[in-house]
Write a protein that binds this ligand. Structure first.
Ligand SMILES: Cc1cc2nc3c(=O)[nH]c(=O)nc-3n(C[C@H](O)[C@H](O)[C@H](O)COP(=O)(O)OP(=O)(O)OC[C@H]3O[C@@H](n4cnc5c(N)ncnc54)[C@H](O)[C@@H]3O)c2cc1C
Length: 499
C-alpha cells in the first residue's frame, strides 16, 4: 500500500460505487466487504487508520459475558458467531485465550460455572474451548499472582484476543488487494447533492492540502463517535445519535500478573467487569465506563479512572500494583447509540445501528470490534440496495485477512529500544508499505510501543524519526516538529499526566 498510488486512483476515478468515510474497524471492514463484492470502493480516513476507538480497545474478540447477565442472548450469540469467523480468517493476528474468573464464595462457583457454561453452549459447534471448574489450587497454579486468601476456586472459559490496530492494517491491506482505494489523512468535509440526494463528497488531503471532489452512488458514514458531525454537515437540524462513553486501560509488566491466563473480575466496586489480559509481553488491565461530553481525537484518562483500575486489580492480585508501575495508559471512546430515558452509558445498547438520512447518507455506528464483519456486511447491503448497485453476495465469511511482515536484513536489524523486539525494519516497512506518515503512526499503531511502554516509545522516538526523515527525504526542521508533536501526544499515555 502506497499513498501516491491511492491518490492517483482518486484523481483518475470519475465515479465510485461506494465511498466510505472513517478508517476504523467499521469503515475498513466495510471497504473490504464492498471491494470483495466487486464494487468500486473508496475509503477516506481523516487521521491515521485505527487512530480513533479502534486502536484503544481491550483487544478481545468476545461475545460479551456481561451482556449475558443482562439477558441479551441474541446479541451474545451473534457476537460468538462473529468471534469464530474472526479467529478463523485471521489466524496469525488473533488467538484463543483462557480466562479465569476467581470465586470466593462456594455457592458462587456453581452460579458462575452455569453462566459461563451457557456462554460456551451458546457458541454451539463454533466453541473455541470448553468451560470448566477449577479448584483453588488449580487457579493459583495457572494464575500465580492471584490473592489466594479465601479463594474457593474458579471457572475457566475461552475468548479471543488480537492486536486491534494490527488488524486495522490487515483489513486495509486485504481491502487494497481486493481493489479498494484507501487514503489516510484525508478528511470528508462536505457533501455534493443532486436533486437533494447525496451524489458525492468533498475531500481535503491533510497531508498536501489538496482538495478533491469525488462522485459516488452511495456514501457510508462510519466515523464512530464522530458520526454526529457528518450527520450535522448533511442536515443541520439533525439530533445527535452517539453518546460517547470513555474507557481506559493501564499497562504493566507481567511480573505484576504472571502466566498465560487472563483474569475476569466479575464485579468491580462500581458493578462492572474488569479484565487483566496478557498482551504482547505486558498485561493490559481495564476498563472503565464514564460519560464524557467532549468528543476528542486524543481522549485522556482521568485520575479516578486510573485509581479505580489499580484498586480493583489489587483486590484480586497480591502483587501490589502502584501508579509508578504503570508503563502506559490509554483512553478510548465507545460510540454508544443514544436511547431516550437512559442515563448511564453502562446500560446503553452495544448493538449496531444503521440510519439512512433523507439525503441517502448511510450512517453505521455502535457495535464492537468483534462484530465488525457483520456490521460491514449490513452497511454494504444497505448501500448497494439504496444505490441500486448490481446485487452481489457478501463473501467475507470465508475471506482470510493478511498483513505482510517487514523484511529483516543485516542493515535494518538495528533495535529501536533494548527492552523491546522492534527494529528499524519495522519503521521502514511502516513508511514504505503501510502509509505511516507521522512518528505517532509508527510508534502507536504500526508497532504498539506507545501503548505498551510510553517511556520506551519516548526514548526510541529520536532514532525512529531519523529513520523516517531519511525515508521521506525530509529536513531537520521536519524532524524537530515531528518529535515535538509526538512528545505532546505521548504525555497523555503516562500515568503521571492524567487529568
Ligand atoms: C475502552 C474500550 C474498550 C473496548 N474493548 C473492546 C473489545 O475488547 N472488544 C470489542 O469487540 N470491542 C471493544 N470496544 C469497542 C470497539 O473498539 C469499537 O466499537 C470500534 O473500535 C469502533 O470502530 P469504528 O470504526 O466504528 O470507530 P473508530 O475506530 O473511532 O473509527 C472512526 C474513524 O472515523 C474517522 N473520521 C471521523 N470523521 C471523519 C471525517 N470527516 N472524514 C474522514 N474520517 C473521519 C476518525 O478519525 C476515526 O478513525 C471497546 C471500546 C472501548 C472504548
Amino acid at each position: 500500500m502506497n499513498r501516491t498510488d491511492q491518490l492517483l486512483q482518486i484523481q483518475h476515478t470519475p465515479h465510485w460505487d461506494i465511498v466510505i468515510i472513517g478508517g476504523g474497524a467499521t469503515g475498513l471492514g466495510a471497504a473490504l466487504d464492498a471491494a470483495a463484492r466487486g464494487y468500486k470502493t473508496l475509503l477516506v480516513e481523516r487521521s491515521d487508520f485505527g487512530k480513533g476507538t479502534s486502536s484503544r480497545s481491550t483487544k478481545l474478540i468476545h461475545g460479551g459475558v456481561r451482556y449475558l447477565e443482562q439477558g441479551n442472548i441474541k446479541l451474545v450469540k451473534g457476537a460468538l458467531m462473529e468471534r469464530w469467523f474472526f479467529l478463523r480468517n485471521a489466524p496469525g493476528l488473533t488467538r484463543a485465550i483462557p480466562f479465569i474468573l476467581p470465586v470466593y464464595k462456594r455457592w458462587k462457583l456453581f452460579y458462575f460455572w452455569m453462566g459461563l457454561k451457557f456462554y460456551d453452549l451458546l457458541s454451539g459447534r463454533l466453541s473455541i474451548g470448553k468451560t470448566r471448574r477449577l479448584s483453588a489450587e488449580e487457579v493459583a497454579q495457572r494464575m500465580p499472582s492471584i490473592d489466594r486468601r479465601r479463594l474457593k476456586g474458579g471457572v475457566m472459559y475461552y475468548d479471543g484476543q488480537f492486536d486491534d490496530s494490527g488488524v486495522c492494517m490487515a483489513l486495509a491491506h486485504t481491502a487494497a488487494a481486493q481493489g479498494a482505494t484507501l487514503l489516510n489523512y484525508c478528511e470528508a468535509q462536505s457533501f455534493i447533492y443532486e436533486n437533494e440526494k447525496i451524489a458525492g463528497v468533498r475531500l481535503r488531503d491533510r497531508h498536501s492540502g489538496a482538495e478533491y471532489e469525488v462522485r459516488a452512488a452511495a456514501v457510508v458514514n462510519a466515523t464512530g463517535v464522530f458520526a454526529d458531525a457528518l450527520l450535522s454537515a448533511d442536515n443541520n437540524a439533525h439530533q445527535p445519535i452517539v453518546r460517547p462513553s470513555q474507557g481506559i486501560h493501564i499497562v504493566a509488566d507481567t511480573s505484576f500478573f504472571e502466566g498465560d491466563h487472563a483474569l475476569l473480575i466479575p464485579r468491580t466496586t462500581d458493578g462492572r467487569v474488569l479484565f487483566a489480559v496478557p498482551w504482547m509481553g505486558k498485561v493490559v488491565i481495564g476498563t472503565t465506563d464514564v460519560n464524557v461530553e467532549d468528543i476528542s481525537e486524543e481522549p485522556v484518562a482521568h485520575e479516578e479512572e486510573i485509581d479505580f483500575i489499580i484498586n480493583n486489580f489489587n483486590r484480586y492480585c497480591r502483587t501490589g500494583l502502584s501508579r509508578a508501575d504503570i508503563r502506559s495508559v490509554f483512553a478510548g471512546l465507545r460510540p454508544l447509540v443514544r436511547m431516550n430515558g437512559i442515563q448511564s452509558t453502562a446500560n446503553l445498547l452495544r448493538d449496531h445501528t444503521i440510519i439512512v438520512s433523507a439525503s441517502g447518507l448511510i450512517t453505521i455506528t455502535g457495535g464492537k470490534w468483534t462484530t465488525y464483519r457483520k456490521m460491514a456486511k449490513d452497511a454494504v447491503n444497505k448501500a448497494s440496495t439504496l444505490a441500486k448497485l448490481p446485487f452481489r453476495r457478501c463473501v467475507t465469511k470465508d475471506l482470510p485477512l493478511h498483513r505482510p511482515q517487514p523484511e529483516q536484513s543485516e542493515h535494518t536489524a538495528v533495535p529501536l529500544h533494548p527492552a523491546h523486539p522492534y527494529t528499524a525494519a519495522d519503521v521502514i516497512h511502516a513508511v514504505r508499505h503501510e502509509m505511516a506518515l507521522s512518528l505517532e503512526d509508527v510508534l502507536a499503531r504500526r508497532i504498539r510501543l506507545l501503548f505498551l511502554d510510553s517511556q520506551a516509545a519516548i526514548d526510541a522516538a529520536p532514532l525512529v524519526v531519523e529513520i523516517m526523515r531519511a525515508e521521506f527525504g525530509q529536513t531537520d526542521a521536519w524532524k524537530k516538529q515531528e518529535l515535538e508533536k509526538f512528545l505532546e501526544i505521548a504525555q497523555a499515555y503516562r500515568a503521571d499526566s492524567s487529568q
